[in-house]
Ligand binder design. Structure first.
Ligand code: FE2
Ligand code: FE2
Length: 527
């Protein structure tokens, strides 16, 4: 009974809302309402009407990353019930979504540059008190959402949040944007909100053991069946890696995708945390390689592969502060990352371009992040520049090299860079793949295809590296590692444009005297 227990190395957590996996645009109230109405419920209705179509699409590799529900067709009744439950409990959000459409129709018809005040009386009830009507300086009307108010209104349903705990056996979970998590016999679903302290108690045992009864009560587990499942997630063995801290110099470790850990003997900084829970695989860094305390988590932007709740929830108990870019305020396509993470129980520091966070022996500087958001007015994005243990590291994530001048100007402010991490996902998904639910009028396919979620191609990446005067350049954030395919759903072949561009970039770096490498799975730099 009083055994000291640790969470197993391969425990996974998914944070759920309405049983769908959480990310920015399905939690922040305004985009979430639109995505619930236009995407999630639409998918559920389509599955219920014809589950076989979804099953065929899921089985077709060409449809990878498509919006098809990966649930056994024998469970169609459960999916129908989920749809009914969602409609019943989220009536306010569905009214908000309908109201946004109605209000934008009203603005399109009547807001022609003249006084907007008479239009308030015509707003749908669901929007009253939650929006301001404004023009941009070119007299284009828009709804400006009072987002903090929406979090305090009927649309933000913490009681619809839950968590799912399971053991990672190396198999790929269903695609996070499409498939709700129905109960499974070997998965433990608990009806607790994502800010719940029990999550911290559980994952805190990576370093400090607890008794079974302590954890059971922390997670408010009442049923013996759930308690038995909890026990399967725990072990008496302590397995953190002995070399997770350093005592001299500096170290950078690449954990896959855009996740990079920077360490000195006194500070640890983790960018875009997205970490494999498959500790048995042996080829990668995992949760076991993280220091016991992470001073700063840096979030570059709100895409679902950069603000990854399945990792952040595991780490919450060991994070000092999460540094996030400030949003523009009010556009539903640009929700506040700060508000979201604060509601999930994180300590958050918002930054804007060139804000500085000094720490013992160095500093973090937030930098402009260009493009990669389909030309939507989204401000919540930031690259970072970190001066740590005597080296200057640029973390670009998906920022695009569209304009070399941006990075020239960055160098003029912060000085030359030693090591640049540059994203080269240069043929990203089109506008409607990620944002279709947010529109209130149809987006022509032709238009959507011209507006992609693309980072830098070879010439742009070289321009960035040269402008920053980087000595070393590492290509990352390509979504290639196999353990993140439930989020990325990438399907590269050697002929893919992105990989051809990477090869071109590496060749041109060689010609230009920049040491460059395409990162995959794992890498360590030590000085
Ligand atoms: Fe992105
Ligand atoms: Fe990305």
């Amino acid at each position: 009974m009083n055994e000291s227990l640790y969470v197993r190395p391969n425990v996974r957590i998914e944070g759920l809302l309405n049983r769908f996996v959480t990310w920015m645009h399905v939690v922040a109230p305004a985009p979430a309402a639109m995505n619930l109405a236009n995407l999630q419920l639409a998918m559920i209705d389509s599955y219920v009407a014809n589950p076989g179509v979804h099953a065929a699409a899921v089985a077709n590799p060409k449809m990878r990353g498509g919006f098809f529900i990966n649930v056994d067709t024998a469970r169609v009744d459960e999916v129908r019930e989920l749809g009914e439950e969602i409609r019943r409990d989220n009536a306010a959000a569905l009214e908000l979504a309908a109201g946004i459409k109605e209000a934008e129709n009203l603005l399109r018809a009547q807001a022609t540059g003249y006084d907007l005040s008479p239009l308030y009386a015509q707003l749908p009830d669901a929007l009253r008190g939650f929006v301001e009507l404004v023009y941009d300086i070119n007299n284009h009307p828009q709804l400006r959402f009072l987002e903090a108010m929406l979090y305090r209104g009927p649309c933000y349903r913490e009681d619809r949040q839950s968590i799912e705990l399971s053991l990672d056996d190396g198999s790929e979970p269903p695609f996070v944007l499409s498939t709700p998590r129905l109960p499974r016999p070997d998965h433990l679903q608990l009806p607790i909100p994502l800010r719940h302290n029990g999550i911290d108690e559980l994952f805190g045992t990576r370093t400090k053991p607890q008794t079974f009864e302590h954890l059971r009560s922390a997670l408010e587990i009442t049923s013996d069946a759930d308690a038995a499942l909890l026990r399967t997630l725990l072990t008496t063995e302590h397995t953190m890696a002995p070399d997770r801290d350093i005592s001299d110099g500096g170290r950078v470790r690449y954990f896959g995708h855009a996740c990079v850990l920077l360490q000195s003997p006194t500070v640890s900084i983790l960018a875009d945390p997205f970490i494999s829970s498959n500790a048995a695989a042996g080829d990668r860094f995992t949760y076991l390689d993280l220091p016991d305390h992470i001073d700063y988590v840096l979030i570059t932007h709100g895409h679902q592969d950069h603000i990854v709740l399945e990792t952040l929830l595991q780490l919450r108990s060991k994070i000092g502060v999460v540094v996030v870019p400030r949003n523009g305020g009010g556009h539903r396509q640009d929700p506040s990352i700060r508000l979201l993470l604060e509601h999930f129980g994180f300590t958050v520091q918002e930054v804007d371009d060139f804000d500085e966070l000094p720490f013992a022996g160095g500093r973090i500087v937030s930098l402009p992040f260009l493009g990669e958001h389909c030309d939507l007015d989204i401000r919540a994005k930031s690259a970072y520049w970190v001066d740590i243990a005597g080296r200057k590291v640029f973390l670009g994530a998906d920022t695009s090299g569209l304009e070399r001048e941006v990075y020239e100007r960055v160098r003029q402010v912060v000085g030359p860079t030693d090591v640049a991490f540059i994203g080269m996902e240069c043929d990203g998904a089109p506008l409607t793949w990620l944002y279709s639910g947010l529109f209130t009028q149809p987006v022509p396919r032709k238009m959507s295809l011209t507006r992609k979620l693309s980072g830098s191609n070879a010439a742009q990446a070289l321009g960035m590296a040269q402008a920053l005067q980087a000595e070393e350049a590492y290509i990352y954030a390509m979504g290639q590692e196999d353990w993140l395919q439930h989020v990325m759903a990438t399907s590269y072949t050697p002929e893919s444009y992105q990989l051809v561009q990477v090869a071109e970039f590496l060749a041109s770096c060689k010609e230009n005297g920049i040491a460059a490498e395409h990162l995959l799975v794992r890498k360590e730099l030590r000085w």
